[in-house]
Design a protein around this ligand. Structure first.
Ligand code: F6P
Length: 547
């Protein structure tokens, strides 16, 4: 069954939210905190090792009720059933969307076209386990009989960002293997990443669902040519493995079919890290940790599937984001993890969020008359505080921000961790309260700033605050909590796509750029520039003249 087709802006809840927004747009969070001592008690969700405090938002109970009404009117509950049941909700590609099946228990019965997919999911998991155990233990060897020391993941988009983010996030749990990632077709990138590697001890994991992606195939060919400077064509089978649906192209490349790990068309590239696309993760941290990552994601799936929507973390965060995006006109959201381990979380979620919900045609085939996908960006704290936080505090734009922090440090450095977390708490408090005139004047008194100078400086130092934040306070960064965190954002994407009445699981816009690049490459190779707009023609000619 397809997803229902309801223009959210035509719902009664949307109209009521509009009217309610008129009352709320100037509402002060500080006043709401003062008026209600139990605000944080009301507006938080505790689940497993997560405490999600959403009280620092420009909302009251009525806002939340109306947002929940909106979810009901578009039948979010029904859409969730279709999603988990493997219905072809990716309608424009005629596919199910079942990354949740990749982390479901073996006993589950999840059908695609009437066929339970769990046996193939577990066959792939067993293959990942066996392969990664052999590489990590050193029993699987390279062409000269030496154990592998380095793994190079070659892929792009969903075939790179997920594994790269997780390998970095779980570096604390990493074994002796060094894992590198090559993604960009930029030849300097691949050459830099190959630097210092020994072909005898390097394993290449080529990840491409289609095995037709220009960047990945170019990088794989370059890596193979580099390898063949010392080894022979027969040795390729020992050093190159693939994750793909395209067995034909993979075997033509010289990869042994036994070393091909499957992907399925019911798992989108940007949601695929839970499949064999996560092979590099399993190599870096061992299969058991990879499985714990999946387990954590599955627990979030269950929370999302079963918790009442008022206490449902992905639902609540998605609705809050819709409140700002569609009523306050906020254009972007920031995501600030207070751990350096999560420095790739924002780039990873940029693909998840922006490739999924960057759509302007509704499920009815008509252009939407409301805003859809949010722009997502971020960097870890405290670095980001010294980079772009000024704009969040005092700029003209409203940027709802998620703060993600952990109670326990991994290396036990409590001195640093307490400093880190004091910044974490201080920022959301500062964004809430800003600085009053009275506070600034009191500071002036202490510093002895008086007279005209004080009058001049006052407006620059006073700021209103009232900037919305969500705080995700998690016990510790582990494979399980990371899995839950990533799954949380995946489900947030889903909820927003359902409400915005768009198809979240295709990416036709990206495909156009790929097609054009291929035809322009032909022109660059032949030197024969075809008809383009005058700008593109002139630029191509300038490039060809000097290249
Ligand atoms: O960016 C577009 C895209 O199709 C992504 O969705 C996908 O993750 C990426 O390209 C790579 O595709 P493939 O795994 O087929 O090489």
């Amino acid at each position: 069954m397809a997803l229902e087709n309801t223009n959210p802006s035509g719902t009664a809840a949307w109209q009521e939210l509009r009217a309610h927004f008129a009352d709320m747009q100037q509402a002060s969070m500080q006043d709401m905190f003062t008026a209600d001592g139990s605000r944080s008690e009301k507006f938080h969700i505790k689940w497993n090792d997560f405490l999600v405090d959403y009280s620092k938002n420009i909302v009251n109970q009525k806002t939340l009720d109306l947002l929940q009404d909106l979810a009901k009117e578009v039948n979010l509950a029904g859409a969730m059933e279709s999603y988990f049941a493997g219905e072809a909700i990716n309608r424009t590609e005629g596919r199910a969307v079942l990354h949740t099946a990749l982390r479901a228990p073996q006993s589950a019965d999840i059908k695609v076209d009437g066929q339970n997919v769990m046996p193939e999911v577990y066959a792939a998991k067993n293959k990942i386990k066996q392969f990664t155990d052999e590489v990590i233990s050193g029993s699987r060897k390279g062409y000269t009989g030496r154990a592998f020391t380095h793994v190079v993941n070659i892929g792009i988009g969903g075939s790179d960002l997920g594994p790269a983010m997780v390998v970095e996030a779980l570096a604390y749990y990493q074994n002796q293997l060094e894992v590198r990632f090559i993604s960009n077709v930029d030849g300097d990138h691949v050459m830099e990443k190959l630097k210092g590697l020994n072909p005898e001890t390097t394993l290449f994991v080529i990840v491409s669902k289609t095995f037709t992606t220009q960047e990945t195939l170019s990088n794989a060919n370059t890596a193979r040519a580099w390898f063949l400077e010392q080894a022979t064509q027969d040795d390729v089978a020992k050093h190159f493995v693939a994750v793909s649906t395209n067995l034909k192209n993979v075997t033509e490349f010289g990869i042994n079919p036994d070393n091909v790990f499957p992907m399925w068309d019911w798992v989108g590239g940007r949601f695929s890290l839970w499949s064999a696309v996560g092979l590099s993760v399993a190599l870096a941290v061992g299969y058991d940790n990879f499985d714990k990552l999946l387990q954590g994601a599955h627990e979030m799936d269950e929370h999302f599937r079963t918790a009442p929507h008022e206490e449902n973390i992905p639902v609540v965060l998605a609705l809050l984001s819709i409140w700002y995006n569609n009523f306050f006109g906020a254009e972007s959201e920031a995501l600030i993890p207070y751990t350096q381990y999560l420095q790739k979380l924002a780039p990873y979620l940029q693909q998840g969020i922006m490739e999924s919900n960057g759509k302007s045609v509704g499920r009815d085939g008509n252009p939407v008359n409301y805003q859809t996908g949010t722009i997502i960006w971020g960097e870890p704290g405290t670095n980001s505080q010294h980079a772009f936080f000024q704009l969040i505090h005092q700029g003209t734009k409203l940027i709802p921000t998620d703060f993600i922090g952990f109670i326990k440090p991994l290396h036990g450095n409590h001195d640093h961790h307490d400093k880190l977390m004091s910044n974490f708490f201080a920022q959301t408090e500062a964004l809430l309260n800003g600085k009053t005139e009275a506070q600034v004047k009191a500071e002036f008194d202490v510093k002895g700033v008086t007279g005209e100078e004080a009058d001049f400086l006052l407006p620059f130092k006073v700021f209103r605050g009232n900037k919305p934040t969500n705080t995700l306070l998690i016990d510790k960064l582990t494979p399980e909590t990371l899995g839950s965190l990533v799954a949380l954002y995946e489900h947030k994407i889903f909820v927003q796509g359902v409400i915005w009445n768009i198809f979240s699981y295709d990416q036709w816009g990206v495909e156009l750029g790929k097609q054009l690049a291929n035809s322009i490459l032909g022109e660059i190779n032949s030197g024969d520039v075809k008809q383009h707009d005058s700008s593109t023609t002139a630029l191509l000619k300038a490039f060809l003249a000097k290249k």
